[in-house]
Write a protein that binds this ligand. Structure first.
Ligand SMILES: [Zn+2]
Length: 319
């Protein structure tokens, strides 16, 4: 049985998965705020544990688990697999006769700062479905990079400052890696700089970045979290060209929603095709979807899978 209540619990265990409420024992798939809480004890990869320190303010008591290393918890064996979402992100495999896989946030394709997700065949799959609608099919990465570089070069030609908006944890580091390695100088605010330093402590190498100050942005790229888009800090840069980097760029209204000139579809999540590909490889006999719309479960049922969308407050038998 599983219970859904600000996180997922495998009933019969004290183990909660990605609970946003503090629990005695919690698996944290990755360090984004909507997956974390100050549990008494956490199970996470070493990188997620470090990033949680930043997020939660103190280093929680933890069982840092290396990927692909089975570990006993009560009557179960658990194992973490890479999830491809951000540095340290992991899926959890829970086994006790049957195999349950919980994906957390997922990206199937490899990225520059996170190991590509691994698919383990399973009986029950609990998966995220953020972009689980057919219109969310992202262009190939080369095309996205080309659009990003074009955006920056056009801004430079117009003697403007290219201002990019990307979440401080995960997306900004991916963009910094991509642009820094191409020789662009990237300016970062303190909150992003703090995360970059933690990525470096985990072994990721970055080039050509500096702390953002208002003077002398000429010929440089400014990389900020999206919540700063409509602030004076940005408005003061009169000669700017702005873009947000997000999977929601597939929606026409996204530039208006973020208050930017352009939206570029760079995502750290699986798109619709990748979600389907994951299910085809995992071959589960039952699928539960979370973190998205119920539409994806419907699409899976149309393809012949037993799939159900998990609504908060649900208690249900897994098999
Ligand atoms: Zn996430």
């Amino acid at each position: 049985m599983i219970e859904l209540n600000r996180g997922i619990r495998i009933i019969g265990t004290e183990l909660w998965l990605d609970s946003t409420k503090a629990r005695p024992l919690g698996f944290i798939s990755h360090a984004h705020g909507d997956h974390t809480a100050k549990h008494q004890q956490i199970i996470a990869t070493p990188a997620t544990w470090s990033l949680c320190h930043h997020r939660l303010g103190s280093k929680p008591k933890a069982i840092p688990l290396e990927l692909r290393k089975p570990y006993p918890v009560e009557d179960f064996t658990i194992e973490l697999l890479p999830a491809g979402h951000i540095l340290g992100s992991a899926q959890i495999v829970i086994e006790n006769g049957q195999r349950i896989v919980y994906t957390g946030d997922l990206r199937l394709k490899a990225s520059l700062t996170a190991e590509a997700a691994e698919v383990r065949p399973c009986d029950v799959l609990i998966m995220e479905c953020t972009y689980g609608k057919p219109r969310y099919v992202f262009p190939p990465m080369e095309e996205v990079v080309q659009r990003l570089v074009q955006f920056i070069e056009t801004a430079f030609e117009e003697r403007k400052v290219p201002v990019l908006f990307a979440y401080a944890m995960g997306k900004s580091e991916e963009v910094l890696k991509l642009l820094g390695d191409r020789g662009y100088t990237v300016c970062l605010p303190k909150q992003t700089m703090d995360v970059v330093k933690m990525y470096e402590a985990c072994g990721v190498r970055f080039k050509n970045y500096e702390r953002f100050t208002n003077d002398n942005l000429f010929g440089k790229v400014l990389l900020l979290p999206p919540y700063l888009a409509r602030t004076r800090m940005v408005e003061r840069i009169s000669n700017r060209r702005t873009a947000v980097l997000t999977g929601w760029a597939m929606d026409r209204e996204t530039p208006d929603r973020f208050g930017v000139d352009e939206a570029i579809p760079m995502s750290d999540h699986a798109d619709f095709h990748e979600l389907i590909e994951y299910v085809e490889k995992a071959r589960p006999s039952k699928i539960y979807t979370i973190h998205g719309a119920p539409d994806f479960a419907r699409h899976l049922r149309a393809r012949g899978y037993r799939a159900e969308h998990l609504a908060p407050g649900t208690q249900l038998a897994l098999w």
